[in-house]
Design a protein around this ligand. Structure first.
Ligand SMILES: Cc1ncc(C[n+]2csc(CCOP(=O)(O)OP(=O)(O)O)c2C)c(N)n1
Length: 638
């Protein structure tokens, strides 16, 4: 097996080009067998096998820097850079990351996970390089590293990519952008850029012809005066008529392509060519998502991010249980059937956020705007201004992109946009870049905002109905988890009102959202351990506005413990603490159980709750310890 030997780019370079075909086949087989066991991003990686080999053959990593946009397609790169033996623990607790990680390898240049960042990061690196070498340039020209950004057509729907292109195209820095066009985002790609790329893909011209046209156009005379401006415009129109990639050329990039991204000799030739070119260059590579595995080729979206599956049949192994996403999806369908003002928006996450049934039933009221969260929010603001009831479904970590739009475009005008925030809290295997731990902090301080957190599936349904009747912006946050079923009967949701679940004495436990399941367990462990301890239980329901009546009631307790699936900074416990310190009474002792102020690694939800002592056992032990210590201190103080 070649694959057992080729574990560095140096060894890859020594392979004769024909052997790369065999290596590509072995890598595909390894990826399918390995991801079938661990789960992971399969289809995108199968699509970039040849491209990755060609990049490592032509360029000299880690001296040359390859930046993978999003980074979910970096598995082949990981294999070639010595990490094949770690694929058994891909995306597991303390295992191999599913994304590039600078702490993992010198070949990983930039930590990624969110899309459309590669061009800006690459331009920064290229500019830093240029400044470093500016004094003795061009003597050091040979040593100057190449900077390469690899970005998918889906990620090219994100505005940040154009901010990067716009900035880079104006510079004369050496920068190579590889546009990996597989005509897919997670699902089908959308928008005008996608259509433009498709026109290029299906157009009649290829590399050779394009170079001829360039030469021809260059031969057209350009002299000063009015004649020249006429000729210039003729030249420009000819360019429009004859050339592919004119959009990128107009932005200041030399465009090459389209190139068949599965044809290794062609890729090698083009990459060797562009390596020598000065200034910003864009290479348009055509690939097939899921290439070489029939099940992934047929259903690339299903194999974008996939759980463990049977490699021979392509069938996913785990039995699906209704998730919070499913409950939300059903609730939205029910509401939308009754109110045709309800419209749904997604930033390229239709499947992940449960909007596929909505698209099927209400296609005219459904909008996939591409990977463009900022635009999605302002677009929703416009829809709301126009009299509709927009529901934006978005992952907590991706809404980070649109903080200013939430504040400036929605909340400032108190527009009735519903933010259905999926993957709030710990997300699991995607790790640091995807944890939804910060939404409470980045939304809580925005005036006019209402933030809801349901304790279970039934409450999520009621909260969506409430949100759609409210006159201002409402965010509902729920995790990536099986929907809990705590209460069949849901007392009506009243604005800024919490719910008392159990009346005990001395100690109060306050649950934020789906942590109720854990809180109930914590309470029974505490009761079982000591007959004198009988905690009251509250369901916060509203993270914002805070329930002032609840705050007053909590000031009667000796100790209050809050549990939230969020960062410990800026969440419910902080707001409660602030409120309680403004009353005349001495505030109770408040302890917030939440994730520490650090980036939280990959792992399953259960593993991470246990590691950070946020599981029922850990919390019950800590509460007992805290109460004993407080009691001791009080006694000692007397
Ligand atoms: C800001 C942001 N929003 C959404 C996502 C979720 N996401 C991950 S990959 C992906 C599709 C990317 O498509 P493309 O760049 O074409 O890569 P492909 O998977 O097709 O290879 C999306 C939407 C993300 N990573 N970052």
């Amino acid at each position: 097996m070649l694959l057992d030997r080729i574990n560095t780019p140096k060894k890859l370079k020594r392979l004769p080009p024909p052997a790369l075909h065999q290596l590509a086949a072995e890598i595909r087989d390894f990826l399918i067998q390995s991801v079938a066991v661990t789960g992971g991003h399969l289809a995108s990686n199968l699509g970039v096998v040849e491209l990755t080999l060609a990049l490592h053959k032509v360029f000299d990593s880690p001296k040359d820097k390859i930046i993978w946009d999003v980074g979910h397609q970096s598995y082949v790169h990981k294999i070639i850079t010595g990490r094949k033996s770690r694929f058994h623990d891909l995306r597991k607790l303390d295992g191999l990351s599913g994304f590039p990680k600078t702490s993992e390898s010198a070949h990983d240049v930039f930590d990624t996970g969110h899309s459309s960042t590669s061009i800006s990061a690459a331009l920064g690196l290229a500019t830093a390089r240029d400044l470093r070498y500016s004094e003795d340039y061009p003597k050091n020209c040979i040593k100057r590293e190449k900077i390469i950004a690899v970005i998918g057509d889906g990620s090219m729907t994100g505005g940040l990519a154009y901010e990067g292109l716009n900035n880079a195209g104006r510079s004369d820095t050496d920068l190579i952008v590889i546009l990996n066009d597989n005509q897919m985002s997670i699902g089908e790609n959308v928008g005008a850029i996608s259509r433009h790329l498709n026109d290029i893909r299906t157009g009649p011209l290829y590399l050779g012809a394009k170079q001829d046209i360039h030469r021809l156009l260059d031969r057209l005379p350009v002299v000063g005066g009015p004649l020249s401006s006429g000729l210039e415009s003729v030249k420009a129109s000819l360019k429009y008529l004859l050339l592919h990639g004119v959009l990128f050329e107009e932005m200041g990039f030399r465009y090459f392509g389209p190139v068949d991204g599965h044809d290794i000799p062609k890729l090698l030739k083009v990459l060797e060519g562009v390596k020598k070119i000065r200034g910003p260059v864009l290479v348009h590579v055509l690939t097939k998502k899921g290439k070489g595995y029939e099940h992934a080729e047929e259903a690339p979206s299903d194999f974008h991010g996939v759980g463990a599956f049977d490699a021979s049949t392509g069938k996913v192994k785990k039995k699906p249980v209704p998730s919070y996403t499913d409950v939300f999806s059903d609730a939205l369908m029910e509401c939308a059937a009754k109110d045709d003002k309800i419209v749904a928006i997604t930033a390229a996450m239709a499947a992940g956020t449960g909007l596929e049934p909505f698209l099927a039933k209400f296609p005219k009221r459904y909008f996939d705007v591409g990977i463009a969260e900022g635009h999605a929010v302002t677009f929703a603001a416009g829809l709301a201004k126009g009299g509709l009831r927009p529901v934006l479904t978005v992952y907590s970590s991706f809404l980070q992109r649109a903080y200013d739009q939430v504040l400036h475009d929605v909340a400032l005008q108190n527009l009735p946009v519903v933010f259905a925030i999926d993957r709030a809290g710990i997300v699991g295997e995607d790790g640091e870049t995807h944890q939804g731990l910060y939404d409470l902090a980045y939304l809580s301080h925005i005036p006019n905002m209402t933030i809801l957190a349901p304790k279970d599936g039934a409450e999520l349904t009621s909260m969506l109905k409430f949100a759609l009747s409210h006159t201002g912006p409402v965010a509902i946050r729920y995790p990536r988890d099986a929907a809990a079923n705590i209460d069949a009967f849901v007392p009506p949701i009243e604005y800024a009102k919490s719910q008392q679940v159990y009346q005990g004495k001395n100690i109060a436990l306050v649950s934020v959202g789906t942590m109720m399941k854990t809180i109930l367990e914590v309470a029974s462990i505490i009761r079982a351990r000591s007959r004198n301890r009988d905690p009251s239980i509250y369901n916060a329901r509203f993270v914002k506005p805070l329930d002032i009546e609840l705050a007053k009631r909590l000031s009667d307790y000796k100790q209050v413990f809050v549990l939230e699936d969020a960062s410990c900074v800026g969440g419910y416990a902080s707001s409660l603490q602030r409120e309680l310190t403004t009353t005349n009474k001495p505030p109770p002792y408040i302890h917030g159980f939440a994730f520490p102020d650090k980036f939280i690694e990959a792992g399953t939800r259960d593993e991470l709750f246990e590691r950070y002592r946020l599981d029922a056992k850990g919390i019950a032990e800590d509460i007992s310890r805290i109460i004993t210590e407080l009691h001791f201190n009080e006694t000692f103080a007397k």
